[in-house]
Design a binder for this molecule. Structure first.
Ligand SMILES: NC(=O)c1ccc[n+]([C@@H]2O[C@H](COP(=O)([O-])OP(=O)(O)OC[C@H]3O[C@@H](n4cnc5c(N)ncnc54)[C@H](OP(=O)(O)O)[C@@H]3O)[C@@H](O)[C@H]2O)c1
Length: 255
């Protein structure tokens, strides 16, 4: 058996291409889909390769469904790719965005860690939109606090949603973008997780794919899905000891 990867949101866009490139490189790949039709379409697209798992990453029992599908096998790579960039901006958009882009990767990783092999790679597909330099100073300061553990991070994004609901988010130093905070939060979580799992040799990376032509990126983006996926696959297969970093095009970029 080859090495095993799990990729969330593997039925279209960058995720589908990550699945394809990993399969081409000899990996076995489980990937999440949200409908039987999407599973059929993706497997067709992948020349009948890959193992789709029907799961919405925000659902209560998502981790259990994934663990059931893993059985005794351990993961050599876990790629958190599924995400949304919703239209509009209000507290509901903030909460739904955080649920998919930040809270699901945190919760799934927590539950799956016993099935993640020592020496594996965890890759969080992030975005330059989450760079600290792009945030108002209040959000930048809160999201770069060194002691930001998962409980503090969950509390922080709940405060963001509450501030948006109260109409006080700008006065309190937040941007008017749920997506930005979700990705800055994902990066903060990567910085926390890397030293936490380092004793097991597990390495953790945030990767920005650049601006890519997908449903999310739109038709005017300069990059193909192949270009967007390649930096993610590179991070999955990294042989060096680097962990807790943020990369685009195989180069480190600032948090
Ligand atoms: N495209 C860009 O320019 C760009 C730039 C920077 C970063 N990124 C990041 O790259 C990653 C992939 O983006 P993309 O452009 O490929 O996006 P996309 O084309 O919109 O695809 C998003 C994927 O996430 C899945 N997904 C969404 N919500 C989910 C949920 N609750 N449970 C399970 N799966 C869910 C979607 O499944 P369904 O088909 O079921 O909706 C789909 O497979 C994301 O993390 C995104 O933030 C993209």
């Amino acid at each position: 058996m080859g090495k095993l990867a799990l990729v969330t949101g593997g039925n279209r866009g960058i995720g589908l291409e990550v699945v394809r490139q990993l399969l081409d490189r000899g990996w076995d790949v489980l990937f999440t889909v949200r409908s039987a039709a999407a599973a059929r379409g993706a497997v067709e697209d992948l020349d009948r390769r890959g193992d789709p798992v029907l799961v919405d990453v925000t659902q209560e029992d998502a981790a259990r469904v994934l663990l059931d599908n893993l059985g005794d096998r351990k993961l050599d790579a876990l790629v958190h790719n599924a995400a949304v960039a919703l239209n509009g901006f209000d507290a509901d958009v903030v909460r739904r965005t955080m649920a998919v882009n930040l809270l699901a990767p945190m919760r799934l990783t927590d539950a799956l860690l016993p099935q993640v092999a020592d020496g594996a790679q965890i890759v969080a597909v992030s975005s330059g939109m989450g760079e600290l330099s792009s945030l108002p100073s209040g959000a930048r300061r809160r999201l770069s606090e060194p002691g930001l553990d998962p409980d503090a991070l969950r509390a922080l994004v709940a405060t963001f949603a509450d501030d948006v609901a109260a109409g006080t988010h700008m006065a309190n130093g937040w941007p008017s973008s749920a997506y930005k905070i979700s990705k800055a939060g994902l990066n903060a979580w990567v910085r926390w997780l890397a030293p936490t799992v380092a004793p097991r040799g597990i390495r953790v990376h945030a990767v920005c794919p650049g601006w890519v032509r997908t449903d999310m990126g739109g038709p005017n983006a300069p990059r193909s899905v192949q270009q967007g996926a390649s930096g993610i696959v590179w991070a999955v297969e990294r042989a060096d000891e680097v962990t807790g970093d943020f990369c685009r095009d195989e180069q480190q970029i600032p948090w």
